[in-house]
Design a protein around this ligand. Structure first.
Ligand SMILES: NC(=O)C1=CN([C@@H]2O[C@H](COP(=O)(O)OP(=O)(O)OC[C@H]3O[C@@H](n4cnc5c(N)ncnc54)[C@H](O)[C@@H]3O)[C@@H](O)[C@H]2O)C=CC1
Ligand SMILES: CC(=O)C(=O)O
Length: 368
């Protein structure tokens, strides 16, 4: 199979979808890998490393899309990439379709097959291609939160850990999955006072067992959320209902409960955000103020730490790329099991229930 790796074009996206070692493994298995020149630069991976591993370098994204049967990316195709995606092609990347009707319609119109990293459930039911980026974003949410709590960044002027005689920051983490647990772990290390809210009691019991003493776990309901908003200096939005638009746990009217200069890091923004007032932002212009509350809603947080993130992502995606490539272009879209959970659009037809429901589109059933 011909596998294509274009350079990422989303604002401030420094990741790349394949490491040179991935090229080596795929070519050794008899496949061809076409890489856009410069694609790895943001992650410190030079063109010659891809060449040495057996890749063919091409000048433009158009060249990659023209040749590749399987396009492997990091972020969803951007508007100026839509026309490059073609019928019969498989695109394997983060899509987060429920957050964008425009993207969903563009991919339907392309006639391509779209396999989303974020909905792939492995044999144990884990979202194993989302996990490493959630680990990055969860950890990063605390360092970003610490920065935007500083007064010159419009924050309240709060140091996360406080100092002897002055209370630490209170951090409320909405959703105790991978992002939430990683955020809480780092926040606890800063000696902040942390609360994790979740609706999954088994998860709360687990977190209660493994988290340090400055982390409390609470059941997430409307009253507890509102109580937490009154206390919080920093709120981390980290809920997920796989494939679906994130529920708005914080309503616009709730912002009035919060202290002026408090900060919301809505990590769940890639699924639409769990705060009603959130809207997508970029690393270049990451925050905005509503009712004196700082909102940070960057949709590709791990992109800023491209080197760490590229390695963490490619470590887990490569086995699936290899599996698709070995199946061959005709059979790859008929692979059952985990790859069927990744299939959001098959040859231009929506196959993910949550996406069809979000946009009221016809749902097609996958057949093996
Ligand atoms: N902005 C960015 O750059 C990035 C965003 N993300 C996003 O972060 C979000 C969270 O991802 P993960 O932690 O991996 O998901 P996860 O599935 O591990 O955790 C989500 C948690 O939310 C909980 N939850 C569901 N409904 C809830 C409610 N009403 N109240 C409280 N908790 C609730 C679930 O029980 C689960 O424990 C996803 O939307 C993911 O795509 C992940 C990486 C990067
Ligand atoms: C999960 C995702 O969309 C990202 O890492 O950018």
């Amino acid at each position: 199979m011909i596998i294509g790796v274009p350079a990422e074009v989303k604002q401030d996206e420094y990741r790349v979808a394949m490491l040179p070692v991935g090229v080596e493994i795929l070519t050794a298995a008899g496949h061809q890998v076409v890489v856009q020149a410069g694609a790895g630069i943001g992650s410190g991976l030079a063109d010659h490393a891809y060449l040495q591993a057996g890749a063919r370098l091409v000048a433009s994204a158009a060249d990659v899309y023209r040749e590749a049967e399987l396009v492997v990316k990091v972020k969803e195709p951007q508007a100026d990439e839509f026309a490059l995606v073609r019928s019969g092609q498989i695109v394997f990347t983060y899509f987060h379709f429920a957050a964008s009707r425009v993207l969903t319609e563009a991919m339907i119109d392309s006639g391509a097959t779209c396999l989303a990293y974020e909905t792939l459930q492995d044999e144990k039911g884990r979202l194993s291609l989302l996990t490493p980026m959630s680990e990055v974003a969860g950890r990063m949410s605390i360092q970003e939160g610490a920065k935007y709590l500083e007064r010159p960044q419009m924050g309240r002027g709060i140091l996360l850990g406080g100092v002897p005689g002055v209370a630490p920051a209170h951090i409320s983490v909405l959703g105790g999955g991978v992002v939430g647990a990683n955020a809480a772990k780092i926040a606890a290390g800063f000696q902040a006072d942390v609360a994790i809210l979740d609706v999954n009691m088994d998860r709360l019991r687990y977190l209660d067992d493994v988290m340090p003493a400055n982390v409390n776990v609470l059941f997430s309901d409307r009253h507890t959320i509102r109580d937490q908003l009154k206390l919080a200096d920093l709120v981390i939005g980290s809920v997920l209902i796989p494939g679906a638009k994130a529920p708005h746990l914080v309503k616009q009217e709730d912002l009035r409960l919060m202290k002026p200069g408090s900060v919301i890091i809505d990590v769940a923004i890639d699924q639409g955000g769990c705060v009603e007032t959130s809207r997508p932002t970029t690393h270049k212009d990451p925050t905005f103020l509503i009712d004196d509350v700082v909102h940070y809603c960057v949709t590709n947080m791990p992109g800023a730490v491209g080197r760490t993130s590229t390695f963490a992502l490619c470590n887990v995606t490569l086995p699936w790329v290899l599996r698709l490539a070995n199946a061959g272009a005709d059979c790859a879209t008929r692979l059952g099991g985990p790859l069927s959970t990744a299939t959001n659009i098959l040859a231009g037809k929506v196959t993910q229930t949550a996406v069809a429901e979000t946009f009221n589109l016809p749902l097609h059933t996958l057949r093996s």
